[in-house]
Design a protein around this ligand. Structure first.
Ligand code: CMC
Length: 428
């Protein structure tokens, strides 16, 4: 195969280099295009065909339904690893040895105390505030309490920021839920493992001893691993682009959390559950909602279906569907919306509209059913997604800084008014 692409603009030919990734994906390098053509740019709203960076973290083949972190299949990781090992893998590139993992966790625990003044910020929010808004604000506020995390030029300074946020973020996650429920803001227990500690911080009642449920611990481990990274999605691209201005890690993450909140992205897990509930309340008529999803004059979309890059099964959805059956079975929970979800999936998989557009269930279709069975409130679902995505965002931010990527600054094609004379206010 030739290693250039030829582009003809206004009768003049330009040779553009082709670059090939380790999985043989090919990209046309347009870095020199504007200079060579005297100002011509490429345009691609939504970046459907545009690679924003080279990355060695996550490989995804949407046609074949493949997802790998640092070369390891998502199926293997979800089955065999714990969340903290996966976090280490994503951030530092290799699975940790026992010593590396112990040190990583010890460093995280050493930095996990959140300044007590942050409680005052939590107190100032109304109980009705959406936890994603609270989480994004608190993450941003951490910068004020840790000013040294803003300018990170050495790997050591970067490491310190990484362990700080890995330690403090679960505390913030728990506090957003406890605030909503009127429970005292508490710290966890350093003797527990990372995921056990998250659950204890969320669910411990002030007047009862907390008892860990291994089924729930295993289920959360799996869900967090499945959400841990997904290459250049909306929130990750946001983290990279904010970080590219050398805004600190916490500010970049806060922006990523806001991006994740939207119902077309991480907010879909909440939207799916609300949709399934609405279908149940409406008598469980899945056909009616299938028709609404296909009706172009109706804004309704089948939440949890479709994906920008997966045009085949989302491999995470397969694992989560199986986990939903297992977790609900193990916990002895019977939830009628699981049947509604399965019914909708079955109909969609054989429906021309969905088949032609290659719309399959995505990671969010079944995750909410598991979260609900675990006792997590619906508006905390996207917060749980953020907790899982944290190591991925950190890894992508760190990679961007270590590769010394330039500030992200897309161009545009201007389609507004041409130069016109200013009109005085009385003449407008
Ligand atoms: N229900 C009904 N029709 C759909 C859906 C859906 N969920 N998703 C896509 N379509 C249709 C869409 O109307 C369009 O039809 P047409 O070609 O006739 O105009 C076609 O399929 C292509 O859709 P698109 O919106 O151009 O595709 P996109 O790549 O821009 O959007 C998406 C991807 C995920 C935003 C979209 O599929 C969607 O809105 N899904 C529902 C929300 C959701 O579940 N989001 C979670 C994504 S996975 C978790 C994460 O990583 O954030």
């Amino acid at each position: 195969m030739s290693n250039t692409a030829t582009l003809e603009v206004n009768g003049q030919k330009h040779e553009l280099p082709l670059v090939t990734g380790t999985e043989n994906e090919v990209a046309i390098d347009v870095k020199a295009l504007r200079g060579a053509t005297g100002g011509v740019i490429t345009i691609d709203p939504g970046y459907k065909n545009t690679g924003s960076c080279e990355s060695g973290i996550t490989f995804l083949d949407g046609e074949k339904g493949i997802l790998r972190y640092r070369g390891y299949s998502i199926e293997d990781l979800a089955e065999k690893a714990c969340f903290l090992e996966v976090a280490y893998l994503l951030i530092f590139g290799e699975l940790p040895t026992k010593e590396q993992l112990d040190k990583f966790y010890a460093d995280i625990k050493a930095k996990s105390v959140v300044d007590d003044d942050v409680r005052k910020i939590v107190d100032a929010f109304p109980k009705t505030a959406h936890p994603m808004g609270v989480l994004s604000s608190l993450t941003s506020a951490l910068t004020a309490f840790n000013p040294s995390s803003v300018n990170v030029d050495s790997e050591e300074a970067m490491y310190n920021s990484v362990v700080k946020i890995m330690g403090k973020f679960p505390v913030l996650v728990a506090w957003t839920m406890r605030k909503q429920q009127g429970l005292p803001l508490d710290y966890g227990d350093s003797n527990l493992d990372y995921v056990e500690n998250v659950l204890k911080m969320m669910f411990k009642k002030p007047n009862e001893e907390y008892v860990q449920n291994d089924i729930i611990v295993r289920a959360l481990n799996k869900l967090l691993i499945l959400h841990a990274d997904h290459e250049q999605n909306c929130s990750t691209s946001t983290v990279r682009i904010v970080g590219s201005s050398h805004a600190g890690l916490f500010a970049s993450l806060s922006a990523g959390i806001s991006a994740l909140w939207g119902p077309l992205h991480g907010g879909a897990n909440q939207a799916v559950l609300e949709m399934l509930e609405a279908i149940k309340e409406d008598g469980g008529d899945t056909k009616k909602y299938m028709a609404k999803a296909k009706d172009k004059s109706d804004p309704f979309r089948l939440m949890g279906f479709g994906h920008r890059v997966y045009k085949n099964f989302d491999p995470r959805a397969r694992i989560i569907k199986k986990a939903a059956d297992e977790v609900l079975g193990d916990l002895g929970v019977e939830d009628p919306i699981l049947d509604i979800a399965k019914g909708l999936e079955q109909e969609a998989l054989t429906d021309d509209y969905f088949v032609q557009r290659k719309l399959y269930p995505n990671v969010d279709f079944y995750s909410g059913i598991i979260y609900r069975a675990m006792g997590i409130p619906v508006d905390m679902f996207t917060v749980m997604f953020a907790l899982g995505r944290l190591p991925g965002w950190i890894a992508q931010w760190r990679e961007m800084r270590l590769r010394k990527e330039p500030i992200g600054r897309p161009r545009q094609l201007y389609i507004g008014e041409n130069l016109r004379p200013f009109k005085d206010i009385e003449n407008r």
